[in-house]
Structure formats: structure tokens, C-alpha cells
Design a protein around this ligand. Structure first.
Ligand SMILES: O=C(O)[C@H]1O[C@H](OP(=O)(O)OP(=O)(O)OC[C@H]2O[C@@H](n3ccc(=O)[nH]c3=O)[C@H](O)[C@@H]2O)[C@H](O)[C@@H](O)[C@H]1O
Length: 408
């Protein structure tokens, strides 16, 4: 009897053991996600795999005499346009983007699709992922890094201050760290912002003007980035160029920007808030068209000198520059609205509100003589022409077929 019971107990224990093992295996397979430093890039391709390395290397391949460039924020507005232009002229481009949801990620995915169709491999990963960056520098000798990944938007900083620290401070340091340790060290061109001029009232804004009165946390993180750039240049011999972009707009633009959501709301018959200063003073921006910005980015890359360090050590003084990339003609926001009304042939429902104290400044106006002198930067698109091009894209993208979409 006892013998019979012990055999029975043994069978039950065995059954429980195998059932637990089987269920555990199924659960592991279903719910196991890769660690944060191993993002799954394409559904079937793990980063670091031979197949992945092959794609990185093939994307990095350039025409003889051309650059090999890592572009961060590649699926962003400026990143996608700059990458397409670089690829077009023969540079090898590898792209990195974390596809965050600050604005509609489907727009970023659509840009990614176009880039990949043109031979640019887009890696899904974060600039704070030092293992991923190291791996990229281990397998490709990048000559340049075009660092455009950032948390943008001046007003959103009040809602999510942490994301500005994560991307614009910690992320920037992570990129500089990877570059300083790389052999050879690449030259870096990165996106600063017109917002660093803050409450400066001397116009037009020159690179020599004061930038110690930021009006938003966004501006403060970009200003901090410029100081951090100085440190990495000074200690490690990294060649670094900062570009202060002035309210960039155009096709494939950012839905969080005023010209974009004004268009959306006007077409939907929804009201828009138009800010104005005290005594009905107009708020104005030096709106700059994307193609002019792309030319400025290429000019900065082409005139960037090599970094001087190696093995994480400085070997000599390296180039450190900051340029304004603006349009040089500020336009009142009220004029932007009347232009949209004219081109869309729809009257906007406007709420005129006092400029809130949430990061905005009254006006921006670039002096571009330094960029003009160094690499012939000369913007050529006025707001009417640029907004017309944006509207052509917008109407096509949101209502017409896939076939027509391109950066060209
Ligand atoms: O040059 C930069 O460095 C920055 O440019 C851009 O910031 P801004 O110049 O503030 O652009 P954007 O939001 O389009 O507002 C445009 C105008 O519309 C006014 N504005 C805005 C919203 C609204 O509801 N009403 C309104 O009148 C508003 O007062 C402003 O006068 C980028 O977003 C930023 O990431 C950064 O790159």
C-alpha cells in the first residue's frame, strides 16, 4: 500500500515539474523582451548580428572621396532631409532614431520608409545607449557625426522637463563620449537653436551676442550643449560645429510647430490661438525654409576640420564653431496666418491672445554673415514660396496616394 502511494506521489511530482517547465518556457518565449540596450531594429534583425552589421556597413559605404556620416535623429524633420541630400551626393549615411512619440511616430515611419528606399539604413535606438554607439564606431570609421536627435519645442518643456535633460544634455554627452573614444575621432556638426538668444533684444542676432538669458528650458539645454561642446573640444580635441537653426519649416515638417497645426486647424474649421505682445505688438519669427537649412548643414560638414585626438586623448587644438542658420527676414505670426488663409482660400478663426510666459520670445532675427563667409550660406526661399511648397506636400501627404511622396 505504502509502495503504491509513494509511486503515485512520484508521478504527481514529475507531472508538476514538467508542466511548470513547459509553462515557464512558453511564458518566457511570449513575454521575453530584449534589454534596453539591445533594441530590436527590424522585426527579424537583432543589433550586433552579422546580418545587422552587414546592413550598417553597406549603408556606410560612400563614393570615393566622400564622407561616412552617422546621422542621429535621422527620422526627424531636419535629419531626414539632410540624410537624403548627403546620400544623393555620394556620402555614406547610417541613421539612428528612437522614434519617440513626442509627435505622431507614423510620420517618422513614413520618412524612414523613404530613406530606406534610398539605401539609408535606419537603426532604431537611443543616443543614450552607449553600447549601441560603441558598436557602431567599432564597425564603421565615421568621418563625421551629424547630431540632430533632440527634444524640440519650446513650450513642451513646461510639461515634460525631464525629456529635455534626457535628450539634449545626457544624450549629447553620450554622443560626445562615443566620438571622443572613437578611432579615428569624427568631426561633429550638431543642432543648437536660435532660442539661445532668449531675451536678447539686440537685432539682428549675431553669434557674438549674449546668450545667457534663455526664456525656456529648451533654450537652456541648447545653451548648455554649446558649453558642453566647448569642454569636449578643449579636453579631447573634438572638432565641433553648432548650428543655431531659426524656426525651420517645410514639407515633411514637425506637426507640433505653429505653421503645421495652424494649417491643420484652419482646414478643419477649428480656431487657432495667435499670440501678440503688449500694446498689440506683433510676435515675429525668422522662418527658415528646410532646403536652405540643408545647404547650411552640408556647408558646415564640408568645412569641418578633422578632430585631433585619438584613443580618448587630445593631440592638438581642434576647431570649435557656432553659426546662425536663419533667413534674415523676420515675419509677424499674423502675416503667416494671412498667408495660410490666402493660399488655402479659407478664413481662419483666430483667438488673439497675449504671448504666454511659457518659453516664447517676441522675435527672432538672424545675422548670417559668419556662415556666409565660411561656406557661402545664402538662404533663397521666402515665406510665401516656402509655405506654398509645404502646403503642396501637406495636401498630398494627408489625402493623396503613396506614390508621389519623396524628398526630391
Ligand atoms: O528657432 C528655434 O530654435 C526654435 O524654433 C521653433 O520654435 P518657435 O519659433 O517657437 O516655433 P513655433 O512653435 O512654430 O512658433 C512660431 C510662432 O508662432 C507663435 N505661436 C505658436 C503657437 C500658437 O498656438 N500660437 C502662436 O502664435 C509662437 O509664439 C511663435 O512666435 C521650434 O519649434 C523649436 O524646436 C526651435 O527649434
Amino acid at each position: 500500500m505504502d509502495k503504491h502511494r509513494s509511486r503515485w506521489t512520484y508521478s504527481i511530482t514529475k507531472l508538476i515539474f514538467w508542466t511548470t517547465l513547459f509553462a515557464g518556457t512558453i511564458l518566457f518565449i511570449c513575454f521575453h523582451s530584449p534589454p534596453s540596450d539591445s533594441p530590436s531594429i527590424h522585426p527579424k534583425m537583432k543589433w550586433g548580428s552579422p546580418q545587422w552589421e552587414k546592413r550598417v556597413k553597406s549603408s556606410a559605404r560612400s563614393r570615393s572621396g566622400h564622407f561616412t556620416i552617422l546621422v542621429t535623429g535621422v527620422a526627424g524633420f531636419v535629419g531626414s532631409h539632410v540624410s537624403a541630400a548627403l546620400k544623393r551626393r555620394g556620402d555614406g549615411v547610417v541613421g539612428l532614431d528612437n522614434f519617440n512619440s513626442y509627435y505622431d511616430p507614423s510620420l517618422k515611419r513614413a520618412r524612414q520608409k523613404l530613406l530606406e528606399r534610398n539605401g539609408i539604413f535606419v537603426i532604431e535606438g537611443d543616443i543614450n545607449d552607449s553600447h549601441l554607439l560603441k558598436k557602431l564606431f567599432d564597425i564603421v570609421a565615421f568621418t563625421h557625426v551629424m547630431h540632430l536627435a533632440a527634444q524640440a519645442g519650446v513650450r513642451y518643456a513646461m510639461k515634460n522637463p525631464g525629456s529635455y535633460i534626457h535628450s539634449n544634455i545626457a544624450g549629447l554627452v553620450s554622443v560626445f563620449e562615443a566620438c571622443k573614444s572613437a578611432n579615428p575621432q569624427p568631426a561633429i556638426v550638431w543642432a543648437s537653436s536660435s532660442s539661445v538668444y532668449g531675451l536678447n533684444s539686440k537685432a539682428p542676432f549675431s553669434e557674438k551676442d549674449r546668450t545667457d538669458q534663455p526664456a525656456s528650458l529648451y533654450a537652456a539645454t541648447k545653451k548648455a550643449g554649446e558649453e558642453i561642446a566647448h569642454t569636449y573640444n578643449h579636453i579631447y580635441g573634438l572638432s565641433i560645429t553648432g548650428l543655431r537653426f531659426f524656426t525651420v519649416y517645410g514639407p515633411w515638417g514637425r506637426p507640433d510647430m505653429a505653421y503645421f497645426f495652424f494649417t491643420k486647424n484652419i482646414l478643419k474649421g477649428k480656431s487657432i490661438n495667435v499670440f501678440e505682445g503688449s500694446n498689440n505688438k506683433s510676435v515675429a519669427r525668422d522662418f527658415t525654409y528646410i532646403d536652405d537649412i540643408v545647404k547650411g548643414c552640408l556647408g558646415a560638414l564640408d568645412t569641418a576640420e578633422k578632430s585631433t585626438g585619438s584613443g580618448g586623448k587630445k593631440k592638438g587644438n581642434a576647431q570649435l564653431r557656432v553659426f546662425n542658420l536663419g533667413n534674415t527676414s523676420p515675419v509677424p505670426v499674423t502675416k503667416l496666418v494671412s498667408l495660410l488663409e490666402k493660399l488655402l482660400k479659407v478664413k481662419a478663426k483666430k483667438n488673439v491672445l497675449p504671448l504666454p510666459r511659457n518659453g516664447d520670445v517676441m522675435f527672432t532675427h538672424a545675422n548670417i554673415s559668419y556662415a556666409q563667409k565660411e561656406f557661402g550660406y545664402k538662404p533663397s526661399t521666402d515665406l510665401q514660396m516656402g509655405i506654398q511648397k509645404f502646403l503642396n506636400w501637406y495636401l498630398d501627404y494627408y489625402s493623396i496616394s503613396e506614390k508621389k511622396k519623396s524628398f526630391w
